[in-house]
Design a protein around this ligand. Structure first.
Ligand code: NDP
Ligand code: 2IT
Length: 445
């Protein structure tokens, strides 16, 4: 590793103690940049790595709210505006008990390069809270969202920072957040949040976009080996927004989804998962995945198993970070898996990625493969600004084109630097170069 890279990473680690996820995300990107450093001396001369790895702003705030039993609850809210080099901060908000600054920073950092890859003029940001929506009533979720936005509204705006959903934040939460924003600012300001319900100015196909996009990306990758998803056995981890629409598109393209999961375990259905049941359980009833076998003959729930334990051709991690370990990668490869496509953010551990690459399995990193969600968020911003509503087919067509372009960019840089099929390298370099150029053009700010 070059001394500049080494020094940058060491300084960052000492300045950000106990931020392992953030360091994991930065290390992967920085290591990809090694071959560029000699070629572009300005990266070091203009301190691009130092500037790109220090967030422009980080906001943390108290969120006090009252639960259904009249007790006062206190959570912590976050919003990290990492880079506005390419546009307003853009990225989701995560409500999950595991949320801490480290989580939000790694997500915001990844978002910079993902958003750059979309080519749509959006900077990188992320936010959230350690609030746990599980088991909360609708009224509790609403009061929490209102309290959260009562502080956040000072910092967001359609030209400054445009949040959206992530784990635990879907259209319901975005609606409550938008309502409070409207109440506090006395302005309709549709474009301040994306992922809204269609009736509130949301875009058709936003809900589907991340999952669909990941499968479009998978199709592009497989096509480079004259292959497709048709007839492929697939497993998809998670059963939330990304997982459900990933599984739907796999089925539409002729693949079979054999297993899905939630944090309590996995379901396996040899006849292929019935997504209407999963969707009813998860999107409507907010139930647990172990209910599935009660409604579907021949399927089974496995509390101790991950989806990677079931034989498949293609695997789609769509739940959370670091959910696919080295042992999981070994199990996948032993069972004949030929490709892993990340619907989630950073779900595959670095050692697992190395092994998959060594064994010539195709591997798509989240910042490329799951960029469809934020891309359609940007299309939502465009529709809001132009007071337009595009059809589902129009948005889906744009999404497909964007995913194909991202795939092309990744392979272009992978081939240019003689690292064929290295999508991690291709995505990091393609995403980085646009941001670096913009940072340089602004001068020292
Ligand atoms: P959801 O909240 O809709 O679903 C999350 C799913 O992952 C649930 O099945 C959940 O299970 C499972 N999960 C979450 N945390 C854990 C954990 N710590 N351990 C095990 N399982 C867990 O979120 P999304 O589908 O929106 O997000 C999934 C992933 O995709 C995240 O990594 C997110 O950052 C990423 N992503 C999301 C985008 C979007 O547009 N929503 C865009 C791009 C990436 P349980 O219900 O039991 O907690
Ligand atoms: O990780 C992500 O890209 C998201 N959660 C979606 C962000 C967005 O602004 O739509």
């Amino acid at each position: 590793m070059s001394t500049y890279l080494k020094r940058s990473l060491e300084t960052l680690a000492s300045r950000n103690p106990a931020q392992d996820l953030f360091m994991q995300a930065v290390t992967e990107v920085f290591e990809s940049l090694e071959p560029l450093l000699a070629e572009i001396p300005d990266i070091e001369a203009k301190a691009i790595l130092e500037r790109i790895s220090e967030p422009e702003r980080q906001i943390m705030f108290r969120v006090s709210w009252v639960d259904d039993r009249g007790r006062i609850q206190v959570n912590r809210g976050y919003r990290v505006g990492f880079s506005s080099a390419l546009g307003p901060y853009k990225g989701g908000m995560r409500f999950h008990p595991s949320v801490k600054l480290d989580v939000i920073k790694f997500l915001a950092f990844e978002q910079i390069f993902k958003n750059s890859l979309t080519g749509l003029g959006i900077g990188g940001g992320k936010g959230g809270s350690d609030f746990d929506p599980k088991g909360k009533s609708d009224g509790e979720v609403m009061r929490f969202c209102q309290a959260f936005m009562s502080e956040l509204y000072h910092f967001v705006g359609e030209d400054t920072d445009v949040p959206a959903g992530d784990i635990g934040v879907g259209a319901r939460e975005i609606g409550y957040l938008a309502g409070q924003y409207k109440r506090l600012t006395k302005s309709f300001a549709q474009g301040v949040l994306t992922g809204k319900q269609v009736g509130l100015g949301g875009s058709l196909a936003r809900k589907e976009a991340t999952g669909f996009g990941a499968v479009y990306f998978a199709a592009e990758m497989l096509a480079t080996r004259d292959d497709s998803l048709k007839g492929k056995n697939c497993v998809v981890s998670g059963s939330g927004n990304v997982a459900i629409y990933c599984a739907r598109k796999i089925q539409e393209l002729g693949g079979k989804v054999l297993a899905m999961s939630d944090s309590s375990g996995s379901i396996h259905d040899p006849a292929g998962i019935d997504l209407d049941i999963v969707s009813a359980l998860k999107e409507v009833e907010r139930a647990r995945i172990d209910e599935y076998p009660k409604r579907r003959h021949g399927s089974k729930f496995f509390p101790e198993q991950k989806v990677w334990d079931f034989p498949c051709d293609v695997a789609f991690p769509c739940a959370t970070q670091n959910e696919l370990s080295l042992d999981d990668a070994k199990a996948l490869l032993e069972n004949g898996c030929i490709a892993v496509i990340e619907g989630a953010n950073m779900p595959t551990q670095p050692e697992a990625i190395s092994l998959l690459r060594q064994k010539d399995a195709l591997f798509a990193p989240g910042k490329a493969a799951n960029a469809g969600g934020v891309a359609v968020s940007a299309l939502e911003m465009q529709q809001n600004a132009a007071l337009q509503n595009w059809t589902f087919a129009q948005v889906d067509e744009r999404l497909k084109t964007i995913m194909a372009e991202i795939h092309k960019d990744c392979t272009f840089y992978a081939n240019k630097y003689r690292r064929p099929d290295d999508y991690v390298f291709g995505a990091n370099v393609a995403g980085f170069l646009k941001v670096a150029e913009a940072v340089n053009c602004y001068g020292v700010i």
